[in-house]
Design a protein around this ligand. Structure first.
Ligand code: TXE
Length: 490
């Protein structure tokens, strides 16, 4: 029997003993067995979080004390980084080295928020009255449900857990049922670091089963969710009854604009990385290439050549450049998406099918794919595949490029390549997306805010705002020379 739920400071089995296997996307082997929570386990976790919050056991700590805790967690993560990276690589099928990079980002996230906690919080307001002191104070928001996806499992959870701890919230973490191992490892570290009982809780299982109470329960104040748009919409509807605060990161279909005056070699290389890194299972993937007509053939021919050469392989394949899709369901979705694109009139230039290499037979490998001749009206341009699928559109002018780049319901990120810095700055300013890269695509830093415009989400993670999501803002007005208000007659 496995005991991988962490509730009220104790590791336990599911109340009905339920468990499920985690399978490698590389070869379907079983990489772990984990508990599968019941509804009563979820309610226990919410109770533990609520009681710990209301007891003041953690909210009474100063920002400095909570920052020290988060810095200690970063140290312990550093100590265990390779062990955790191995688990994450097993769960996701991504190469071990990529999982190591992700762990470095996780640690940087904890360090960022530890440092942010040490800054001055709150401010005085000049209300224009000498006898009044007016203070804006920041207080922990309450109990948070933190729901994560499977593509960067620990990193996406770190973006939520680190600020929640610095802010003084109590929380329930629910990682994706496909990739639970690194969240279990993080919880062990949170426990070892000395986090008070009941502050941090871990629930495992499918969102459709364990997610409902995490969103509906009136004792939860905030839901922070990273995942698909339709799940985000479900969460938003369910959260309405109790008017919960929401922080949502729901992916994107991100425009990558290349002007003819760009450094074409660098642009092509970055376009390949932007679309095919982690087999496109990246919310900010640059899967929507928008290229100036005069350089279309040169750019697209080279991208197609490069895409055809990408080596696929599993966690310990040192020659591999990217890995499998996460699950058979996802493979089916990506396959159907490409078929739909072709049926809509897109021209398949490379890929468009599952890898037929014998060593990929038991894994969910899909070849890097380029669909040319696309336009904004197409499903494959508007919807996210979350797979290694690049769609190509052409433009004829700066205005045209901006119009196409904004012709989407998403707004997470975008890129623009041009050697004309003024033109690039104009386009960067006109694109309605949360992050814009100029002559680059993909890098981010914990110190800079991350999040989406439009249907890519609500709120921001990282940066300073990423901590603000977990804080309430209170205004305290103190009259130091009390007197009658004098409004009504005696
Ligand atoms: O995500 P889900 P899925 C996108 C991507 C992908 C699509 C679907 O386009 O193809 O989403 O992926 C939990 N109440 N992204 O279905 O379902 C679930 O258990 C509460 C973008 O795998 O959104 C998991 O922990 N929770 C993305 C988490 O939500 C629920 C990353 C995400 O799963 C729930 C991943 C419910 N009713 C996919 N239903 C990004 N923004 O980076 C599910 N969950």
């Amino acid at each position: 029997m496995v005991a991988t739920l962490y509730i009220n400071g104790a590791w336990r089995q599911a109340s009905d003993g339920g468990a499920h296997d985690v399978h490698s996307p590389h070869d379907q082997s079983v990489v772990a067995e984990v508990s599968q929570a019941t509804q009563s386990d979820v309610l226990d976790a919410i109770s533990a979080a609520r009681e710990s919050f209301d007891s003041g056991v953690f909210t009474s700590w100063s920002f400095n004390e909570r920052s020290a805790l988060v810095a200690k967690i970063a140290d312990l993560l550093e100590r265990d980084a390779d062990l955790i990276a191995r688990k994450e690589s097993d769960d996701t099928g991504k190469r071990f080295i990529e999982a190591q990079y992700d762990l470095a980002d996780v640690i940087a996230t904890f360090r960022h928020f530890a440092a942010l906690g040490l800054k001055e919080h709150g401010r005085s307001v000049d209300v224009g009255l000498a006898h009044v002191t007016s203070r804006i104070v920041h207080e922990p928001l309450g109990v948070a449900s933190l729901i994560g996806p499977w593509n960067y499992p620990l990193l996406q959870i770190a973006w939520k857990v680190a600020p929640a701890l610095v802010a003084g919230c109590s929380f329930i973490v629910k990682p994706s049922e496909l990739t639970p191992q690194s969240a279990i490892a993080l919880m062990r570290i949170i426990e070892e670091a000395g986090t008070p009982k009941g502050v941090a809780n871990l629930i495992l299982g499918p969102g459709s089963v364990v997610g409902t109470s995490l969103i509906n329960d009136p004792r939860v104040d905030l839901v922070s969710f990273t995942g698909g748009l339709s799940t985000g919409q479900t969460i938003m509807r369910a959260a309405a009854d109790t008017v919960k605060k929401l922080a949502l990161e729901l992916g994107g279909k991100n425009p990558h604009i290349i002007f003819a005056d760009a450094d074409i070699d660098a642009a092509i290389d970055n376009a390949v990385t932007a679309a095919f890194l982690h087999s496109g299972q990246v919310c900010s993937a640059g899967t929507r290439l928008i290229v100036e007509r005069s350089i279309h053939d040169r750019v697209v021919n080279e991208i197609v050549r490069r895409a055809g050469n990408i080596v696929l392989g599993g966690p310990s394949d040192e020659m591999a450049e990217t890995g499998p899709l996460i699950s058979p369901d996802h493979l089916r979705n990506v396959t159907a998406y490409v078929e739909k694109g072709i049926a809509e009139g897109a021209k398949l230039l490379v890929g468009g099918k599952r890898s037929d290499k014998p060593e990929h037979e038991n894994g969910w490998y899909y070849l890097p794919t380029v669909l040319d001749g696309c336009s904004s009206q197409m499903y494959c341009v508007q919807e996210e595949s979350f797979g290694p699928v690049m769609t190509v559109e052409v433009f004829d002018s700066e205005v045209d490029a901006i119009r196409i780049g904004n012709d989407t319901n998403f707004g997470l990120s975008g890129g623009v390549w041009s050697s004309d810095s003024q033109k690039a700055a104009r386009v960067a300013s006109a694109l309605r997306h949360g992050t814009i890269w100029v002559n680059d695509f993909g890098p981010y830093r914990p110190a800079a805010e991350w999040g989406g415009y439009k249907q890519s989400g609500i709120g921001r993670e990282l940066g300073e705002h990423g901590l603000g999501e977990y804080l309430e803002i209170k205004h305290i007005w103190t009259n130091n020379a009390p007197s009658r208000s004098g409004w009504f007659r005696d």
